[in-house]
Design a binder for this molecule. Structure first.
Ligand code: ADP
Ligand code: MG
Length: 271
């Protein structure tokens, strides 16, 4: 289940060009991260996959079929979507938030609820939270429910739009590592949006850097981007400029240590 963007453009009715000639492949079972500042067209691109937004030109394909030819309702149920503010139904218990889509797809409620409980465990949530309402959970717990809900219809594709942006840094780190663990088990095709460089480099097999106006300025594995940023904009954006991400070796009488751009010791060199 790969995704392909072919020369995609989006101009909103007021004339704003949100996405400009983007071509991009998200290979099956891989995580591709769209990285860019606010307003660089990340959400617009993501929403073209499940047809919440249609392109003005070009095409988005899933497994070589244009999404415009797929039924939008079926498409949305087959593509999991996690938003920044989990997007949970406030007056519905956690378990039924997770079970909603499978029930809409015709799964009997009882079976859907059993599966929802399993999914809660999968995403690291205690099953005893199942009968609470979303407002009775912490931000991090709500995001986990959001991920469980996106997984409930067992989609091959997961769209994640700044899913951890609204939680504190420690919980955010925890959720990022939880996602890495999940992905190593589930092997979904993930398109993940963030403006956080560290998050992008941690999670992405590939990172796509977008600039204002929705243009791709560089795409590649994190190591490639760090080792050879395409231009000054990228170097500055990912923190290579000014030596902020540069590590160097310093010999000490007791061995070789690694220091960062400001001379602080970051670790030791082995091997
Ligand atoms: P990002 O997710 O990277 O912050 P968006 O895709 O939300 O970027 O927005 C890209 C650009 O398109 C921004 O300039 C934004 O103001 C504009 N935009 C987004 N949605 C609409 C809309 N429905 N109508 C007009 N302009 C929009
Ligand atoms: Mg956005």
């Amino acid at each position: 289940m790969g995704i392909e963007f072919r020369h995609v453009r989006k101009e909103y009715p007021d004339g704003t060009v949100a996405v400009d000639d983007v071509s991009l492949v998200v290979p099956s079972h891989r995580t591709v991260v769209l990285l860019g500042s606010s307003g660089s067209g990340k959400t617009t691109l993501l929403r073209m996959v499940n047809r919440m937004v249609d392109p003005s030109a070009g095409a988005v394909l899933i497994d070589d079929e244009d999404v415009l030819r797929k039924d939008p309702v079926a498409l949305r149920r087959g593509v999991g979507y996690v938003m920044q503010q989990a997007g949970l139904l406030p007056h519905v218990r956690v378990i039924d938030n997770v079970a909603t889509v499978p029930v809409l797809n015709g799964v009997p409620r009882r079976a859907a609820r059993e599966h929802a409980l399993e999914l809660m465990t999968t995403v690291g949530l205690d099953a005893k939270l199942a009968y609470r309402y979303p407002g009775q959970l912490s931000g991090g717990q709500q995001q986990r429910v959001g991920v469980a809900r996106a997984l409930a219809a067992d989609p091959n594709i997961l769209l994640m739009d700044e899913p951890f942006g609204a939680v504190d840094p420690i919980v955010r780190r925890e959720l990022q590592h939880e996602l890495l663990r999940l992905q190593s088990e589930l092997g979904k095709t993930i398109l993940f949006v963030t403006h956080d460089v560290d998050e992008a480099f941690l999670l992405g097999d590939e990172v796509v850097i977008l600039a204002t106006g929705g243009r791709i300025v560089q795409q590649g594995a994190p190591a490639e981007i760090l080792a050879s940023p395409a231009d000054d904009f990228v170097a500055d954006f990912v923190g290579v400029a000014g030596g902020r991400r540069e590590l160097s070796l310093r010999q000490t009488p007791d061995g070789t240590v690694v220091v960062d751009g400001s001379g602080r010791v970051q670790g030791v060199l082995r091997g």
